[in-house]
Write a protein that binds this ligand. Structure first.
Ligand code: 8YV
Length: 324
């Protein structure tokens, strides 16, 4: 008998067919915790595959046969890894396939905020372009400005490559460890957080959300940035204290912000952030290209097959479970 799994995200048909070859698939649109059919499927499931929604102790209590969870994302802050470990459930994610695409998104936020791309394009559409443009349409340069990368993981490295080779930008970074490759290839310089805040023209956050990174950037940190500084967040919303950011943008403590992530997603339609011309707000599109979303779904499918057939070699968050 094929193992039963719960699929809680829609995936391309060919990948669904691949899952069907290996498993008896019970498909739902999201984690339907109040749906009896979902609960019944979960009771029997040895694997789950999807993204979003909280997977915690209460969830695991309802999935007594679960052996593996496969998320269609690199981030796994919605999973309680301690609880997964206690229940001996492998957690699989997609850490490599989206790297370049997310770095492109961050670079687009750097350019859009500095050159006011969204704002002035809207002004053109509103019929405001009536003659030669003056200083009230100007932006600030990106090339040769200092980029500060908070979190030098795969995405930070891909961003450093773009900034260094594409835009001649000096690269500063703050990370727990020295990143030899970033230093050798992109001349990146590691520094403490205060130096990063003080010296960056663009402060780019690529950190995951953990207990250590929650509200890492608050009022005190924003006050240490240059007044001309631009904050870019494409990691996780709660790494930045959003209320403090709103105030810093309102009172001119910093110049602008480019945000792909928010404390609450979707961001509230009445958020002051959406009223500010110097904020570029995106709907968490970091990895959202056709190619990369396909690659992520494919990786998640292969990860679940590997986890449930005992052939895991990569992409496992808690590999210590493999040796027990
Ligand atoms: C995901 C992301 O696509 O991978 C991540 O961690 O933030 C995005 O790329 C999103 O979470 C939906 O799966």
């Amino acid at each position: 008998m094929k193992p039963a799994i719960v699929l809680y995200k829609s995936i391309p048909a060919d990948l669904r067919a691949k899952l069907d070859q290996h498993f008896t698939v019970h498909a739902f649109d999201g984690l339907q915790l109040d749906n009896a059919a979902f609960d019944q499927a979960l009771q029997q499931a040895e694997g789950i595959l999807g993204s979003g929604g909280k997977i915690d102790e209460a969830f695991l209590q309802r999935a007594p046969k679960l052996r593996a969870a496969s998320t269609v994302s690199v981030g796994y802050d919605n999973f309680d890894v301690t609880a997964l470990n206690a229940h001996r459930v492998l957690l699989m994610h997609t850490p490599t396939v989206l790297t370049e695409t997310v770095a492109d998104t961050i670079m687009s936020l750097v350019l859009a905020t500095a050159r006011r791309v969204v704002e002035v394009a809207e002004r053109v559409k509103a019929g405001e372009w009536q003659g030669s443009i003056g200083p009230d349409w100007y932006g600030v340069d990106v090339h040769h400005k200092t980029i500060g990368i908070l979190g030098m993981g795969r995405i930070g490295l891909a961003l450093a490559q773009r900034a260094h080779f594409g835009f001649g930008m000096p690269v500063l970074y703050n990370a727990r460890r020295t990143h030899e490759e970033a230093e050798q290839r992109f001349n990146a310089r590691r520094c403490d957080l205060d130096t990063l805040l003080a010296e960056s023209d663009f402060l780019c956050i690529t950190l995951p959300l953990t207990e250590q990174t929650f509200h890492l950037i608050g009022r005190e940190q924003l006050a240490k940035m240059k007044q001309s500084g631009i904050l870019i967040n494409a990691g996780r919303g709660p790494v930045v204290d959003e209320q403090a950011l709103i105030e810093a943008l309102q009172d001119g403590t910093i110049h602008a912000a480019g945000l792909d992530v928010f404390e609450q997603e979707p961001v509230a339609v009445d958020s002051p952030l959406l009223k500010m011309a110097n904020v570029v707000a995106l709907p968490h599109i970091g990895s959202a290209t056709h190619e990369t979303r396909y690659g992520m779904a494919e990786c998640a499918v292969d990860n679940l097959i590997a986890a449930l057939t005992g052939t895991v070699t990569e992409n496992c968050v808690n590999p210590q479970l493999l040796n027990k």
